[in-house]
Ligand binder design. Structure first.
Ligand code: PNS
Length: 162
């Protein structure tokens, strides 16, 4: 069984993430989307909320499941018997840090990293940018699934919060 892991903060999941997960699901027998828990990051959504949104938006993929993990990603991969990490690359600016992590992860545990070029439609997209636009009431509907747009409105838009 070829099992891959798609890791990230997913705070929240965007259409860019979903594109990578969907394409990975066609390349591997099973894909585990893992929400990594990083207490030093200020998150808008709790880990449970992020998992819940991810489960809803990946429900149509039979071979995708969603988990969370605190610790080294390679330890998660080992425990899940996953040999490959799948990462989306939006632009050359992503590459430096991703390459460092890829070298570290193969050195630590022999876990390979597969870089997938992000669909150009989403190459400018990030969770941070989406949160900033939503915070000021901008339209994020082209960039996130409906369930995420609604969650962002409830949490961020002052006109919805009242
Ligand atoms: O969505 P993000 O925040 O850009 O994802 C970064 C992530 C989760 C892939 C990275 O921070 C990570 O791998 N964290 C897990 C801890 C770990 O294994 N660190 C060593 C990386 S070489």
């Amino acid at each position: 069984m070829r099992r891959a892991v798609c890791p990230g903060s997913f705070d929240p999941v965007t259409n860019g993430h979903l594109d990578i997960v969907g394409r990975a699901s066609r390349l591997f027998d099973e894909v585990i989307v893992v929400v990594t828990i990083n207490q030093s990051k200020n998150s808008l959504f709790t880990v449970e909320e992020r998992i819940d949104m991810l489960r809803q938006v990946t429900a149509s993929y039979d071979n995708v499941r969603v988990e969370s993990f605190r610790g080294l990603l390679v330890d998660f991969c080992r425990a899940q018997q996953a040999t490959v990490l799948v990462k989306g690359l939006r632009a050359v600016s992503d590459f430096d840090y991703e390459l460092q992590m890829a070298h570290m992860n193969i050195g630590l545990a022999g876990v390979e990293t597969l870089f997938m070029p992000t669909n150009p439609l989403y190459s400018f997209l990030s969770s941070s940018l989406v949160k900033d636009v939503a915070k000021w009431g901008g339209d994020v509907s082209p960039h996130v699934p409906d369930v995420v747009r609604e969650a962002l409105s409830l949490r961020l838009d002052p006109s919805v919060r009242g």
